[in-house]
Design a protein around this ligand. Structure first.
Ligand SMILES: CC(C)(COP(=O)(O)OP(=O)(O)OC[C@H]1O[C@@H](n2cnc3c(N)ncnc32)[C@H](O)[C@@H]1OP(=O)(O)O)[C@@H](O)C(=O)NCCC(=O)NCCSC(=O)c1cc(O)c2ccccc2c1O
Length: 144
């Protein structure tokens, strides 16, 4: 596991789309999971790699093994959400992130994802493999 570093989180913004809200006029809970996923992929691209990556000729994938979200106040269509991501744990093959959604400083939701670095070989079951050291170094940029 990585040592705590106190780094600043990765930050991005997302406009709440009308189609991501429900009949109560508030953002649907499932949409938060899509926004977390998109923000995580954006963070990974900002670090110079991709969720579709290869290492030493091996295709790597990052399936999720745990995802959660707590909802503190509603978000509405056309709200601009600030999303902050911290890398909270770098394991042997797993990486965990925390997410914080705010809207003009108001806490909207907090969530978490754990993904596992896996090798993907056609015809074989996916299996966890150690995170490559260069990816570990990049992920430390946003370590909590
Ligand atoms: C992913 C698995 C193949 C892992 O099984 P395996 O037996 O190989 O590994 P371990 O069980 O030893 O665990 C490895 C590692 O993970 C930690 N861990 C396992 N479970 C949990 C958990 N519930 N919470 C927290 N941590 C967990 C464990 O402690 C180990 O940590 P280390 O750091 O010590 O190594 C197998 O679990 C599996 O096949 N699971 C099903 C995966 C799945 O179907 N997920 C849902 C869909 S995935 C998805 O939606 C998705 C979204 C994306 O955005 C992607 C982006 C990029 C690529 C792929 C994406 C993607 O698939």
């Amino acid at each position: 596991m990585s040592e705590p570093t106190g780094n600043a989180p990765f930050k991005t913004q997302r406009l709440v789309e009308f189609h991501d809200t429900d009949m109560a006029g508030i953002m649907h809970f499932a949409s938060f999971f899509h926004y977390m996923e998109s923000a995580e992929h954006e963070m990974i691209r900002s670090l110079g790699f991709s969720v579709h990556t290869e290492h030493e000729g091996q295709k790597l994938s990052f399936p999720r093994v745990s995802v959660s979200c707590d909802f503190h106040s509603p978000a509405r269509s056309e709200d601009i959400l600030d999303i902050a991501i911290r890398v909270t744990k770098i394991g042997t093959s797993s990486v965990s992130y925390d997410f914080r959604f705010t809207c003009e400083g108001r806490e909207v939701a907090t969530g978490a994802i754990t993904a596992v670095c896996c090798s993907v070989t056609p015809g074989e079951p996916i299996a966890a493999v150690p995170l490559p050291s260069d990816i570990v170094e990049k992920l430390k940029t946003y370590a909590a």
